[in-house]
Design a protein. Structure first.
Length: 328
């Protein structure tokens, strides 16, 4: 009898515990965020920090599950999922963004940004804030600008020292009309493809090269499939924390602030990682067998783009481009 009593007590206790667990779980909302790079990267740090901050700032009511290396789809697919509301969040480079928010194209104009402090000052100021608002009408809430970094060129054919060295190279590019127009002007044969396909394409020789920030080149182990790296710094590539507008609108005002604040903390971690990668990566890539051209005559590369720059000024407004250049 006693054992039966104990058994029924245990069942009652277990039911109570389960009930408690269920009520705790129901108080938690789980959301997903994805990136195209591996976890050990500037993008990984961006979403890991964000997830930790959201949980902390909302007292665990919101839990962000993190997905890496395009496991929920390539950047463009992830943006489509967030736009449709089937995925709550993503962190993406600016590569596919103009397909959704054309006004952001201006940030991809080559040689528009002098250096990291300049680019960060633009994105953290009124110009960056104004561009974040452009996402609202397209089904996104852009929480904050992150950073992918200045893009550099790698290839398997020969070192790139002068613009003529790019002539005829088949280069993987992002699905971004500004990049494609500029690289054609360089004499490159641009080949747009999703980032998730790039390593294999380089390995198999489908393309000769690619261009990406140092942080991406190291995190993706492109040194295993590319011989030459030139620090062209030809385009600054921002990143952005994007949330489904529908998911964001359901948050309380306090939670909306918490998500934006978490993104800002994530941006700092993201930029710190890029600064550290930039300091250490060139020596590291040399050590892994890459031949690195560290300095180029940027004026020559800019001159090669003169005709296309005139077209960009018409497209985006010379005043708008000058306003970006004038930020200190």
């Amino acid at each position: 009898m006693k054992s039966f009593h104990r058994h029924s007590m245990a069942i009652a206790l277990s039911a109570l515990t389960m009930g408690f667990a269920i009520s705790t779980a129901s108080a938690q909302t789980v959301m997903r965020i994805s990136i195209s790079s591996p976890q050990n990267s500037h993008q990984g740090v961006a979403i890991d920090t964000f997830a930790k901050e959201v949980e902390k700032l909302t007292d665990g009511r919101y839990v962000i599950k993190t997905f890496y290396a395009s496991s929920l789809g390539a950047e463009r697919e992830a943006m489509e999922s967030v736009q449709m509301g089937t995925q709550e969040l993503t962190w993406t480079s600016s590569g596919p963004v103009p397909n959704f928010v054309p006004e952001v194209k201006i940030l991809d104009v080559p040689f528009l940004f002098r250096d990291y402090p300049h680019a960060r000052a633009v994105l953290d100021g009124p110009i960056g804030d104004d561009l974040l608002k452009k996402f609202d009408a397209k089904g996104f809430k852009a929480l904050a600008w992150g950073e992918n970094g200045f893009r550099h060129m790698t290839n398997n054919k020969h070192p790139i020292k002068v613009p003529a060295d790019m002539n005829g190279l088949k280069m993987r590019t992002v699905e971004n009309p500004v990049h494609i127009q500029a690289y054609k002007a360089f004499g490159i044969n641009p080949t747009p493809m999703a980032f998730s396909e790039v390593f294999t394409a380089l390995q198999q020789g489908t393309v000769d090269g690619q261009e990406n920030p140092i942080s991406v080149i190291t995190a993706s182990k492109f040194d295993q499939v590319q011989k030459h790296l030139t620090l062209t710094g030809h385009v600054y590539s921002p990143g952005v924390y994007l949330m489904s507008k529908a998911s964001f609108d359901k948050l309380s005002d306090a939670d909306k602030k918490a998500f934006i604040q978490a993104a800002k903390v994530g941006v700092q971690a993201n930029r710190d990682r890029i600064d550290s990668d930039e300091k250490n990566a060139v020596a590291d890539l040399r050590g892994k067998g890459m031949e690195v051209v560290e300095t180029i005559d940027k004026a020559q590369f800019q001159a090669a783009l003169a005709p296309v720059m005139t077209s960009f000024e018409k497209q985006f407004g010379k005043d708008n481009m000058d306003a970006i250049r004038a930020v200190n």
